[in-house]
Design a protein around this ligand. Structure first.
Ligand code: PLP
Length: 382
């Protein structure tokens, strides 16, 4: 990644496209341009690439190819999983939906839409580490619950959720289980059987793939309504001309991610530990938001007495990119719903920032970034 002297600590927002992945995508922009659903040879060439990509992804997540649906990204996958499954479950007399309080806005807003349709939505509270505890989920399960949504890992704190236990409880109750694996996919090996997911979403741009492409796993036999109507693409469940280059990029990026997973996880976790060591030596009163098992790359820090907007602005002036939470909410800088759900006050949430490290960060960047962060904290506090 070429960032010059700038430093990029915002990999949870997005990652650069891997050059090898880009080379695999390239022919599908120009030479192999047929509409994958056309019946002639141009179309068949496109469909071959789509089929191969679907087979590859399915084999990597322990699914059948016909259970993998391509979408425009994590947001569409989350919307479809929640709206599509809840509307179908309502028809079966199980109208209620449970959604964890720390889901991404893509899932939270889908829940709000359901409420406007008269579908009851319960919000699963989290503990102070940001986890939806299985006991809490158990207590909220009633016969009318048709769908439970608990993400695999949180995008702001990196907290890994007890998704397997939540899935088991949902199934014991006869409910479907959806997990948003958008942030988990770069770090955890997805296995839909072991994870117990009926629905699972992920998105290529979080693991060095192209933006605007994702997938939704839908377990065979799961009743689903369409979200995007139109043609008969994606086995009649998702209309729209298939984005062949991006589908190829999604599969290639995910394959490469898994190939190098252990090596990159170890490297990125070591970078996070180095940042903590360097930064806490200067600012010992800082606090980590969250606790317990977290994704290697994500670090959410509370900086007492420091306004996060001023901090981000100053870091950016010096060429260091990070964020206050989810990029989708960044422009509003409203207190994070994730941090407030964990019990932080609005003021504490307003002094919290998210750093997310990536495979191309260097120790030199970490040391320089931590020193600058400490200096800016001190400057803001006067
Ligand atoms: N879910 C989570 C947990 C995310 O972090 C994001 C992106 O930040 C999304 C969903 C949305 O994904 P996309 O940007 O592909 O729409």
């Amino acid at each position: 990644m070429e960032t010059g002297t700038r430093i990029y600590f915002d990999h949870a927002a997005t990652t650069p496209l891997d050059r090898e992945v880009f080379e695999k995508m390239r022919p599908y922009f120009t030479d192999v341009f047929g509409n994958a659903d056309s019946l002639h040879s141009f179309g068949r060439e496109g469909m071959r690439a789509v089929d191969e990509s679907r087979d590859l992804i399915a084999s990597l997540i322990g699914a059948r190819p016909e259970e993998v649906y391509f979408t425009s990204g994590g947001t569409e996958s989350d919307n479809w999983a929640i709206l599509g499954a809840a509307r179908a479950q309502r028809k079966k007399g199980k109208p209620k939906v449970l959604i964890s309080a720390v889901e991404h806005h893509a899932a939270i807003s889908a829940g709000e839409r359901l409420e406007k349709e008269g579908i009851p939505v319960g919000r699963i509270p989290v503990n102070k580490e940001g986890r939806a505890e299985p006991e809490t989920v158990r207590a909220m399960l009633t016969p009318e619950v048709g769908l439970v949504a608990v993400m695999a890992a949180n995008n702001e704190t990196g907290a890994v959720q007890p998704f397997r236990e939540c899935a088991r409880l949902a199934h014991e109750n006869g409910s479907l289980f959806f997990t948003d694996a958008v942030q988990a996919a770069p770090y955890l090996r997805i296995d839909v059987e072991d994870w117990g997911a009926d629905l699972l979403s992920f998105s290529a741009h979080k693991f060095y793939g192209p933006k605007g492409i994702g997938a939704l796993y839908i377990r065979r036999g799961t009743g689903m309504e369409r979200l995007i109507s139109g043609g008969e693409q994606e086995r009649g469940l998702r209309g729209g001309t298939v984005n062949v280059p991006s589908v190829v990029g999604l599969a290639a990026a995910y394959e490469k991610t898994l190939r190098d997973l252990d090596k990159n996880n170890a490297k990125i976790r070591a970078l996070k530990m180095l940042f903590l060591k360097e930064f806490f030596a200067e600012i010992p009163e800082a606090r980590i938001n969250g606790g317990g098992e977290s994704l290697p790359g994500i670090l959410n820090l509370r900086l007492p007495g420091v306004d996060n907007a001023a901090f981000l602005f100053n870091m950016d002036l010096h060429g260091v990119a990070l964020s206050a939470g989810s990029a989708c909410a960044a422009s509003s800088l409203k207190p994070s719903h994730v941090l407030t759900a964990m019990g932080l006050s609005e003021k504490e949430a307003g002094s919290s920032v998210r750093l997310s490290f990536g495979r191309d960060n260097t120790e030199e960047e970490i040391v320089r970034g931590a020193a600058l962060a400490a200096e800016i904290c001190k400057k803001i506090r006067g």
